[in-house]
Design a protein around this ligand. Structure first.
Ligand SMILES: [Zn+2]
Ligand SMILES: [Zn+2]
Length: 164
């Protein structure tokens, strides 16, 4: 993971804590061309706390019906507590309601459960596909005169629903 400065928009090498160009914090974590973490100073999309780093978290609520299934995929930048709460709720949802069709039982609910667990420990492999903020676009907004708050605030939480 490389780092992106939330003030001047330049990149710093892996493991940096301060921007190597302007010396500012916070730095944003970049993985797969997307922003996957935001250092303290920016409010959590759920609880508004701004003293903790935010992580890009994803979770899946899988619902199985007798004939078919439905999947609600969500993602947001959340503090650890809110992220853990969302993922726990998704695990419970999928655990209770995700097993009521054959394909759900043998295939989709286990995958949703696995992804929910995995997201507690690392960002998804393709964060852009999950609605993460593209690093390049973020830098463009920053350089158009916005600050970190404005650039960050112009993105929304992502939800995507799929039915099979
Ligand atoms: Zn900087
Ligand atoms: Zn929070």
């Amino acid at each position: 993971m490389t780092h992106l400065c939330g003030v001047c928009g330049s990149f710093s090498p892996k493991g940096s804590t301060l921007c190597s160009s302007c010396g500012a914090a916070p730095l944003l974590g970049v993985s797969g061309d997307a922003i996957v973490s935001i250092g303290p100073g920016v409010p959590c999309w759920r609880c508004g706390i701004d003293t903790q780093p935010l992580l890009f978290r994803v979770w899946i609520r899988h619902t199985g019906y007798v004939v078919g299934s439905r999947e609600l995929r969500s993602s947001a930048y959340l503090c650890r507590d809110c992220g853990d709460r969302e993922v726990a709720a998704a695990l419970i949802w999928t655990g209770l309601l995700g097993w009521w069709s054959i394909s759900s039982l043998v295939f989709r609910a286990p995958i949703a459960t696995f992804r929910n667990w995995a997201s507690a420990f690392r960002p998804p492999l393709r964060p852009l596909a999950w609605g993460a903020i593209p690093a390049a676009e973020f830098v463009r907004r920053l350089q158009e005169g916005g600050d970190l708050q404005a650039a960050y605030g112009s993105f929304d939480e992502a939800h995507e629903e799929g039915e099979r």
